[in-house]
Design a protein around this ligand. Structure first.
Ligand SMILES: [Zn+2]
Length: 315
């Protein structure tokens, strides 16, 4: 975390007047560099959070807020990229404790106002492990939700933030662009671990749409961000290269899965096939065994193939 933060201070593209964005490693399930939230300094002790993370890591989030030199009471805005539990789970709890406004995509709002259906479907996937893994998801109180349409801007302390509709990973996803070029993309810019080049599109079901994702990349390239702040994981400054390689990774991953489907493979061998592809890519760029294991855990090949199979109309 220290490394990430000091990199930010040194970065030449941040124009004078930009305020600090502190990455907070939520150590989800005890794993470092798995899920990050970002604290944006708004001046005078006020701050915003971008993707506050799951309900189960609220204590880690609070510790990170304190470590960055802020009091939770200073939270004025929570930006939710999409309502998956690893991004949005803590939004309601934070809104209730602080009175903060929660900004989101129009289709995310009903789930934040009433997470009952969302949690019921998560329970079907995770069973008894749901509480331990993701914790509770509290509703955002009425009047605290701020729905942003595609292209809409919001004044945020010394900054302005623009919502950019970013479907592909989820159809109700926004990326948030600061006026100084920093982009909080949710999962629209995929997964990429610190020190690695491999781009791992998060293709877990049920809303993967590869064509929509490609159009999202058009919109993000047009917006020309100068820095990506990835929830999974960390700031990336090689933006054009990252986006270009993500654009290539989407059809490449689909092709790996399509080949397996063509051979009649079930999900397990398909996941092994995708994992082997990823291992080879990581090994080619010189990532060691530990780094490869961490990348594969972050990508979750089984969920990825289930989502891709469905996206390819083979689910
Ligand atoms: Zn995610």
């Amino acid at each position: 975390m220290r490394e990430l933060t000091s990199g930010l201070i040194a970065h030449p593209l941040l124009r004078w007047g930009s305020t600090m964005a502190h990455p907070i490693d939520l150590h989800h399930a005890g794993v470092p560099e798995a899920i990050a939230s970002y604290l944006l300094d708004l001046g005078g002790g006020a701050f915003a959070l971008f993707d506050p993370g799951p309900g189960s890591t609220l204590l880690q989030l609070q510790a990170g807020v304190g470590a960055a030199g802020f009091e939770l009471a200073g939270l004025t805005h929570v930006f939710v990229s999409h309502v998956h539990l690893d991004h949005a789970g803590a939004a309601g709890a934070l809104a209730r404790r602080t009175g903060a406004t929660v900004a989101c995509h129009p289709r995310a709002a009903p789930h934040l106002a009433d997470p009952t259906r969302l949690m019921a479907s998560a329970r079907r996937v995770y069973g008894a492990r749901l509480d331990e893994l993701w914790g509770p998801m509290e509703s955002v109180p009425e009047g605290r939700l701020k729905v942003l349409e595609d292209g809409e801007t919001l004044a945020l302390g010394p900054h302005e933030v623009r919502a950019i509709a970013a479907p592909g990973h989820a159809n109700h996803q926004h990326a948030y662009l600061l006026d100084d070029g920093r982009l909080f993309p949710g999962d629209a810019c995929a997964i990429r671990l610190p020190g690695q080049r491999a781009i791992m599109p998060a293709t877990a079901p049920p809303e993967i749409d590869l064509e929509a994702w490609d159009r999202t990349l058009d919109a993000l390239e047009t917006a020309a961000p100068t820095r990506l702040l990835l929830p999974h994981f960390g700031p990336k400054d090689d933006v054009a290269d990252h986006l270009a390689r993500l654009r290539a990774a989407l059809p490449a991953w689909a092709q790996v899965v399509r080949e397996g489907i063509g051979l009649g493979e079930a999900d397990r061998p398909l996941a092994d096939r995708l994992e082997a592809y990823l291992r080879a890519e990581l090994a080619t760029e010189g990532v060691d065994d530990d780094g490869i294991a961490r990348a594969i855990r972050a990508a979750g090949p089984m969920m990825c193939v289930i989502g891709l199979r469905r996206a390819l109309g083979e689910g």
